[in-house]
Design a protein around this ligand. Sequence first.
Ligand SMILES: [Zn+2]
Length: 533
Amino acid sequence: MFDLMIRGGKIIDGTGSPAYRAEVYIRGDRIAEIGGRPDERAAFRQAQGAARILDVDGLIVAPGFIDVHSHYDRLLLAQKPDDSKVVQGVTTEIVGNCGFALAPVNPDFRELLVTQTSAIMGEGDLPWLTFGGYLSALEAAAPPVNVGALAGHNAVRVAAMGFENRPARPDELARMKGYVAEAMDAGALGLSTGLVYPPGTFAKTDEVVELAKVVRPYGGLYASHIRNEANRLIEAATEAITVGEEAGVPVQISHCKASGSSNWGKGAALMRTIREANGRGLDVTGDQYPYLAGSTLLSTLLPPWAHEGGVPELLTRLRSAEMRGRMKHDMEHGSGDWWNPSKNTSWDGVLIAASPRMPEIEGKSLERLVREAGRDPYETLFTLLEQTRCQILMIIFLMTEDDVRTIMRDANVMIGTDALATGSKPHPRSYGTYPRVLGKYVRDERVLDLPEAIRKMTSLPAQKFKLKDRGIIRRGVHADLVIFDPQRIQDTATYDNPVQHPRGVPYVLVNGVFGVDDGRVTGARAGKVLRRG
Ligand SMILES: [Zn+2]
């Protein structure tokens, strides 16, 4: 007896192979059987039966999507399950990206970790000290989808040395290595960095190599939001590859893009750089979200030196007319190697996504806020950051469609949302990423074919992050499935109206349990914490 038979659909198994017609039988949390020849199937059905039969004529049955780039580290702990991912067909998320993580917690620097992570992940307690403690909390919370986690360089550096703008001393480096080892022992999948964010940005390459070496014996990978996604894009990608090469670990380049109009077209060179590294025997891949705007902390518009000491010292600087003058000078004229995002978009190209301390500005552009304030744009920006204690997320338009397509076509690139967890006007990628790839880019624009798009969402990430028996439809694997209508699937989330469920995804199963059933979110919490090994 089976719990579920899915019949009438076409299976796209996640490997890149073409669709084929067969029934899928589920027992418990596993795919128990996939239909064989028609005569066998009939006999099988009669002999076995199923508690529920789901007719999905005209629909595609695919492995559940694996979101390799999520920032829902805290949202997945919530009392009320989040539904933005499961409605897209996502059944597994990887958190701990861009160096941001909610553990380890050094009580001496707890406040710095809280202020650093709360805008991106939401506010809340940090009742654990270790990475293992965080994973246990996730497990206890019973998330709606499966979750794997990376150790985060920013979190590790904060715990070891606060927000110091200097290389780590030997004792501090040893402490950081200890934290990374502790995370790997607890089941982390690898190490992530966010080398544009303080305090990660204060580290040089050698520090990152030393930390990446710790994950090697565990079979972990190195994922990086690279140091520069704009005028020094290729140099920054090369740095990430060097880390992988010197530490002997696979590399994942996060949210591949070319930022700023003067860098448009560099998507091809980025893909070439990745291919060349693979040609040398390394293991380098990337991920991407299918949009022309990014989303991150509004405070990343400020020059790096302003962040020394973390949010408390940044607030002190924002209160000083002299420091405001220096920040404005550097934002207008640049400083050293720093790539200055505000000079690469207009004030109109920056939208407020989240501002929990001043929600009335969510959804407005900086240009509009400047107009309403009737003041100098820089002064307006500094005042907003000061008033909200820097707890603001922005959406910032930086990319071009040609690069998005070039990157998406590349066989080494998988799909991830980069979804952040706060605000009433989040980036539409939080609700729309996967349906947008399958609707706009596969069906409507034919940028890639359907089996290949599914591979980028399933088996490719499962292989890279070593998620055993997931990301593929095969007898015996975990029953993580999405069933969608290839003719109807469509994202509906927009920048103006981002909290919108997509169309054309009627069924999603997480470990054999319906997360979406006949288009309705069930609220089931069948996700597991996926520990390495
Ligand atoms: Zn990032």
